[in-house]
Design a protein around this ligand. Structure first.
Ligand code: PA5
Length: 445
């Protein structure tokens, strides 16, 4: 169950919501009827991978095989082709899952930068361990992941021979086109599909996220069921659902002159959910010179860095606090100390989770008093079902918020600009024009 509260957003009142009624109804229509901008990318809305689908059965069988024959899974992908999987694994298994010796394969994410250093480090971690690779790219041509995969393919073929390497490499890509698909067919890699109507940043509940998550031992049935349940709630409640309130609230904040939304969590395991959120909203709404800049922080750590700015700096932001119901059972308890040299006996007997909750409440009120508005998204707990609900909540909120903003939430034309210059500088065939101008500009940097 995902809930949304905005009582601590002092600058907002009911009239603000009413003033968005027309745009909200229009957005709701686009979402329900699939007839808004970018409607051919709304495939995620109906969750094309469900627990009873053939594709899902194949994903689970493949995950089982990898769990049996591998100690390490390398996930090669960038942007929407890795952030969701990493977010789900780190949140549900902790960022330390690879060191915890749980019996689940280690999962490392590569091909999301041009850092040779990082790739070397991960390869060093693979020494003496059985390795499989899941290369993920919808276009099949993204340079960061393609470069890493070329190096890793050579590594796998040297290590296992071409035939066994082919059994240990799984490709997740477009059903019909792209260089990765051609290579996969040529080499005989098992393939999973990123559906045509699902963009990268909306793909975590397809093979893109489900295969790595299942390999890591996550209950992907629960993840999908949570998303299905959230979908049903949204369709039942319509514009009264919390997801619509949150989508409108974001646009109210923008209309009040805020330019940054900071996603807040008090759980360090949630950090990559913040990274995933930034891509989801940044690529969906940051266009046509519009949109909130999505940022994320982890409190209480960041109260000791960005907290000063949030309390007292220029009033450009509001906060969205993500709060899971906590299960206190394993939280360490502060022991009583006869000598009390550190003066902490006043909290002896309390769990760290209880202290965290007090820090959250105290901070919420302090930030309110400093003039920074906060809203709260409460979700069920730290389990796969609740995370599935939360992921679908953000998907739907992003689509509806983008429609209210009157942009196409499903394209990302701005991502191409850097690629064009980079390809020209690298000498990619077809990108020769303008090279001289670019070089002379670079000479003056
Ligand atoms: O959301 C998106 O579409 C992008 O972030 C892509 O996921 C990212 O650029 C990777 O693209 P591809 O999967 O084609 O390699």
């Amino acid at each position: 169950m995902v809930n949304f509260r905005y009582k601590q957003a002092q600058s907002v009142n009911e009239n603000d919501f009413t003033s968005f009624d027309t745009l909200l109804k229009k957005a709701d229509g686009y979402f329900r009827e699939k007839n808004g901008l970018g409607n051919d990318f709304l495939g995620w809305r109906d969750l094309n991978v469900r627990v009873d689908s053939e594709e899902y059965k194949r994903i689970k069988a493949c995950a089982k095989r990898i769990r049996e024959n591998s100690d390490v899974l390398l996930v090669v992908g960038i942007g929407g082709s890795y952030l969701g999987a990493r977010a789900v694994i780190e949140y549900l298994k902790t960022p330390y899952h690879n060191q915890l010796k749980t019996g689940d394969p280690e999962v490392y994410f590569v091909g999301n930068s041009f850092s040779g250093n990082e790739l070397n480090s991960v390869l060093a971690l693979c020494e003496g361990k059985r390795v499989s690779i899941n290369v993920i790219s919808k276009s099949g041509t993204t340079t960061e992941s393609a470069v890493a995969f070329r190096i890793l393919r050579e590594y796998m073929e040297k290590r296992y021979g071409r035939e066994e390497a082919a059994l240990r490499i799984i490709a997740t890509t477009d059903a019909n086109r792209g260089a990765l698909l051609s290579l996969a067919k040529q080499e005989g890699y098992e393939c999973f599909v990123i559906p045509d109507d699902v963009g990268g940043r909306f793909s975590v509940l397809t093979a893109v996220g489900l295969l790595p998550a299942a390999v890591a031992g996550i209950d992907t049935d629960a993840l999908l069921n949570g998303a299905v349940a959230q979908r049903e709630k949204i369709f039942e409640s319509g514009i009264n659902s919390p997801v619509y309130k949150y989508a409108v609230l974001r646009n109210i904040m923008l209309s009040h002159g805020k330019s940054v939304e900071v996603l807040v969590s008090y759980d360090p395991d949630f950090r990559f959910m913040g990274e995933w959120f930034k891509q989801l909203f940044g690529e969906s709404e940051g266009k046509d010179k519009k949109g909130l800049f999505p940022a994320s922080v982890t409190y209480s750590s960041d109260l000791h860095s960005l907290g000063q700015f949030v309390q007292d700096g220029s009033p450009i932001l509001f906060q969205t606090i993500c709060r899971a119901a906590t299960n206190d059972a394993d939280s360490p308890v502060v022991p009583f100390d006869e000598e009390n040299g550190d003066g902490l006996n006043f909290i002896s007997g309390m769990t760290m989770d209880e202290i965290n909750e007090k820090a959250m409440l105290g901070t919420l009120l302090a930030h309110r008093d400093g003039g920074t508005d906060s809203v709260i998204i409460d979700f069920g707990g730290k389990d796969a079902y609740s995370l599935g609900e939360l992921i679908y909540f953000f998907f739907a909120a992003c689509a509806i918020s983008g429609y209210i903003l009157e942009v196409n939430p499903f394209d990302q034309p701005g991502v191409e600009a850097y690629k064009k210059n980079m390809f020209t500088l690298l000498g990619k065939p077809g990108y020769e024009s303008g090279k001289d101008e670019l070089l002379s500009e670079i000479a003056s940097i």
